[in-house]
Design a protein around this ligand. Structure first.
Ligand code: ADP
Ligand code: GN1
Ligand code: MG
Length: 349
């Protein structure tokens, strides 16, 4: 049992603490107390999140704001405070931890059918709307330049130059694939710089496994994984959800013949998302949604490939070559988005 648990005001003595979930960044554990009450214990990855105290302040502010908008107690994540009234604890080794109440009778999906995908779109659109009146300046950028795709290109080229794991030679085709698309990478940041895309409070990690669903009704309950909630672009939130959810295969599927971009799922997400936040988006934001989809898929692919080249130092891996497989699925999706570009654009119109 992790001794850090004694710092938190739990409902009773913890009796078990086991690894839980499928996240790539933080370590998540399920804690059960003798009362039966269950909690989520998370180790905050401070290699990724350099300012854990500021990050926790963000989450406190955002969840407090969301609580003013949501009546269902399972509709917002709830932090458990420490006995000192803090939202995190630091252990003897200097590691940061936090505890959430477990959202009971909820389920988290790694992939979704059409109905669930639609529900997740409704949830992320609603999340966007609920935070529309939150002053973005109060939030710290927990990872600076997180979805700044041109900056991701620079980091990618550095990873190629460093070739830290000696893997470049074997992936020249993939490196070329990224390089050929460098001019595209500026599309959204240029529009933002020109004042044509507004900065909003966004989630920035809108995978379907960052939504909890009601275990009985399959209705979306709660948006989770709030570490990257910070100022960003709405089209990137849309795009990241498409990248993960409008694929016919898992993110790390090694058999590329199974990986396809599903235009019907794209349309499904589009209609769910616009049903809850369409009214608050500008014309340019809506017109750029398909660009967000390709941008996030390309960016994520190059992040996976850069990490493969660096020796798997950022994204957790459970087998050799997993980050390369992840990169390849993203590039396959990008190619198929390019083949479907006119249709994707027509659907947003
Ligand atoms: P990561 O950043 O590593 O993806 P998440 O915050 O998304 O971490 O949590 C990992 C997994 O733990 C989620 O996919 C979900 O299954 C589960 N989880 C996280 N928070 C809760 C919660 N409050 N209630 C129930 N399950 C949760
Ligand atoms: C990471 O933590 P998790 O698994 O929800 C990553 C996202 C990537 C995603 C790819 C902070 O998300 O940006 O899109 O993996 N989060 C961070 O699956 O880098
Ligand atoms: Mg997650």
């Amino acid at each position: 049992m992790h001794s850090v648990l004694s710092c938190f005001a739990l409902s009773g003595a913890p009796v078990s603490c086991e690894p839980y979930g499928n996240g790539h960044i933080n370590g998540t554990q399920l804690v059960v107390c003798e009362s039966g009450t269950r909690y989520i214990l998370q180790h905050i990855n401070t290699n990724v999140f350099r300012e854990p105290e500021a990050l926790m302040r963000n989450i406190e502010l955002v969840t407090a704001h969301l609580r003013t908008k949501v009546s269902d107690p399972r509709g917002v994540l709830r932090l458990v405070m420490t006995h000192e009234g803090l939202s995190y604890a630091v252990d003897v080794g200097g590691e940061y931890w936090r505890v959430y109440e477990l959202v009971e009778d909820s389920v988290c999906y790694q992939s979704a059918d059409r109905a669930l995908f639609y529900e997740s779109a409704v949830a992320f659109g609603r999340f966007q709307n609920q935070l529309a009146d939150f002053p973005a300046t109060q939030l710290v950028e927990t990872i600076p330049h997180f979805h700044d795709t041109p900056a991701r290109y620079e980091a990618f080229y550095r990873a190629v130059d460093n070739n830290a794991a000696g893997r470049c030679e074997a992936v020249l085709r993939e490196i070329d694939f990224v390089h050929e698309r460098a001019p595209f990478s500026h599309t959204l940041t240029d529009l933002q710089a020109a004042g044509e895309l507004p900065l909003r409070v966004t989630h920035n990690d809108t995978k379907i496994n960052n939504v909890l669903f009601d275990a009985t009704t399959n209705q979306a309950l709660c948006v989770i994984d709030l570490d990257t909630v910070m100022p960003g672009l709405s089209v990137n939130d849309f795009g990241d959800a498409i990248r993960f959810g409008a694929s016919t295969a898992a993110e790390d599927e090694p058999d590329l013949s199974k990986v396809h971009f599903d235009l019907d799922l794209y349309e499904t997400y589009l209609s769910g998302y616009l049903s809850t936040c369409g009214e608050s988006l500008t014309k340019t934001e809506i017109a750029m949604l398909h660009v967000g989809a390709k941008m996030m898929t390309l960016e994520c692919g190059m992040r996976f490939l850069a990490d493969h080249l660096a020796g798997d130092v950022y994204f957790h891996v459970t087998r050799p070559g997993q980050n390369l497989d992840r990169a390849r699925t993203q590039f396959r999706l990008v190619e198929e988005m390019e083949q479907n570009w006119a249709k994707m654009q027509k659907l947003v119109r």
